[in-house]
Write a protein that binds this ligand. Structure first.
Ligand code: NAP
Length: 245
C-alpha cells in the first residue's frame, strides 16, 4: 500500500523539475495527481508517462479563474483534494538597479500571489474530506538574502510567512501547511536562468559539494504530504545540502 493510496493531489509547475519528480513519486505512492503548468506540451507528456492516475491541466497560478477551473476539473475527475503542492515558480536574476517594476510584479504574482490563491481556492475541498496537507515550495532564499535576487527573495520570504499564518488559520480544519526550502537543485530553472558565476558560488557554498536532484526534494514533499508528518504544521523543511547550516 502506497503512502498516498487513493489521495487526490494537485501539483503546480509540474511539467518539469521538482514538480514533475514529485508527480512521479506521488503516483508511485498511489495518489491521483493533477499536474498543472503553463508549458502545455511538456506537461501533457509528463502526465501521459505517468499513466491513468495522472492528468495535465493548463494553469497560470496567478489567475483565480484558472485555479477555480483546475479545482472543478480535479473534483470531477478524481474527487475532493487532499494534497496541494504550490510548486510553480519563476526566478529573475539581475542587480537591483536593473530591476523593473514589471520584474518585481511578475515575481510577486507567480511566486507569492499564486501560492495565496492555491491555498484559498483549495481548502474548502480539503474540508470535505476531513483535512489535508498543503506544501508550499519556498527556497533557501526564504531565509537569506542573495545578491541579484531581490524580488525572488521577497517572494520566498513571503511564502515562508504565509505558510505559518495559514497553518494557524487552518489547524482547526485539520489542514496542515508546511514550507519546503530547497538549496541549489539541478532543474531547468537553475540550468537555464541562473548565471554560471552564481552556480559556481552556490556549489562552493554547499557543504555536500553538489547540486541536489529534483527527486531528493520530492521525497521531502512526500513526507509532508502523507501521514508520516501528521504532527508537523507551520514548519520549514530544508533540503539544501547543508547550505544554511
Ligand atoms: P522549473 O524547472 O522552472 O519548473 C517550474 C515550472 O513552473 C516550469 O514549467 C515553469 O514554466 C512553470 N511556471 C512558471 N510560471 C508559471 C505560472 N504562472 N503558472 C504555472 N506554472 C508556471 O523550476 P524548479 O527548479 O523545479 O522549481 C520549482 C520550485 O522550487 C519553484 O517554486 C522554485 O522557486 C523552487 N526552488 C527551486 C530551486 C532550484 O535550485 N531549482 C531552489 C529553491 C527553490 P516556465 O519554464 O515556462 O517558466
Amino acid at each position: 500500500m502506497g503512502k498516498l493510496e487513493g489521495k487526490v493531489a494537485i501539483i503546480t509547475g509540474a511539467a518539469q523539475g521538482i514538480g514533475a519528480a514529485t508527480a512521479q513519486l506521488f503516483v508511485n505512492e498511489g495518489a491521483f495527481v493533477v499536474l498543472t503548468d503553463i508549458q502545455d506540451d511538456k506537461g501533457k507528456e509528463v502526465a501521459k508517462s505517468l499513466g491513468e492516475k495522472a492528468v495535465y491541466i493548463h494553469h497560470d497560478v496567478s489567475s483565480r479563474k484558472e485555479w477555480e477551473h483546475v479545482l472543478n476539473e480535479t473534483e470531477k475527475l478524481f474527487g475532493y483534494v487532499s494534497v496541494l503542492v504550490n510548486n510553480a515558480g519563476i526566478v529573475i536574476q539581475k542587480p537591483l538597479e536593473k530591476y523593473s517594476d514589471e520584474d518585481f510584479h511578475k515575481l510577486y504574482m507567480v511566486n507569492q500571489f499564486g501560492v495565496y490563491l492555491g491555498m484559498m481556492v483549495t481548502y474548502p475541498s480539503m474540508e470535505n474530506v476531513g483535512g489535508g496537507s498543503i506544501i508550499n515550495i519556498s527556497s533557501t532564499s526564504g531565509f537569506r538574502g542573495k545578491a541579484g535576487l531581490m524580488g525572488y527573495n521577497a517572494s520566498k520570504f513571503a511564502v515562508r510567512g504565509m505558510t505559518k499564518s495559514a497553518a494557524l488559520d487552518f489547524a482547526s480544519k485539520n489542514i496542515r501547511v508546511n514550507s519546503v526550502h530547497p538549496g541549489f537543485i539541478n532543474t531547468p530553472m537553475t540550468l537555464d536562468h541562473i548565471s554560471d558565476e552564481y552556480k559556481e558560488k552556490a556549489m562552493k557554498d554547499t557543504p555536500l559539494g553538489r547540486g541536489g536532484e529534483p527527486e531528493e526534494v520530492a521525497k521531502t514533499i512526500l513526507f509532508l504530504a502523507c501521514d508520516d508528518s501528521s504532527f508537523s504544521t507551520g514548519s520549514e523543511f530544508i533540503t539544501d545540502g547543508g547550505r544554511l547550516a
